[in-house]
Design a protein around this ligand. Structure first.
Ligand code: PNS
Length: 166
């Protein structure tokens, strides 16, 4: 059985992530979507919220599981007997960083990285851009699924109400 991990911040999950997850789920026996916890980065959603949102929009893929991990990705792989990371590659701008990560992960624990090219329709898409556009009231409905859109709008509204009180 080939089990792979799709790691990321998923703050929030986008159609770009979902495209990679869907394609990977048709290739491998089991996909673990790992929400990596980075204490130094401020996130819009908590890890639990991100896990819940991912679970909601990937429920149709029976071989997809969601987990979280605080630490090195390769340590998660080792602890869970996973030998391959699957990641989407959007453009050449992703390449240097992703290559470096894949080489470090290979050297640290012998974990392989398989890059899947992002579908052209999503090649410009990132969670950060989605949050920025939405924070200015822009329409992001073609970038994230409906349940995520609802949560994003609610969170941004709550945050801005909080800021207005200050
Ligand atoms: O969605 P992102 O933020 O681009 O995902 C990046 C992520 C979380 C996959 C990457 O930062 C990561 O693997 N972090 C875990 C720590 C780690 O293993 N770093 C690589 C070796 S220094």
């Amino acid at each position: 059985m080939k089990r792979v991990v799709c790691p990321g911040s998923f703050d929030p999950i986008t159609f770009g992530h979902l495209d990679i997850i869907k394609r990977a789920s048709s290739i491998f026996d089991e996909i673990v979507i790992a929400v990596l916890v980075n204490q130094t980065k401020q996130k819009l959603f908590t890890v639990d919220e991100r896990i819940e949102m991912i679970g909601e929009v990937t429920a149709q893929y029976k071989n997809v599981k969601v987990a979280s991990w605080s630490g090195l990705l390769v340590d998660y792989c080792k602890a869970n007997d996973i030998s391959m990371i699957v990641k989407g590659l959007r453009a050449v701008t992703d390449f240097d960083y992703e290559l470096q990560m894949s080489q470090i992960n290979l050297q640290l624990q012998g974990v392989e990285t398989l890059f899947m090219s992002t579908a052209p329709a999503h090649s410009f898409l990132s969670s950060s851009l989605v949050k920025e556009i939405a924070s200015y009231g822009g329409d992001v409905s073609s970038y994230i699924p409906e349940p995520i859109l609802k949560r994003l709008k609610a969170r941004l509204a709550a945050n801005s109400a909080g800021n207005n009180l200050n």
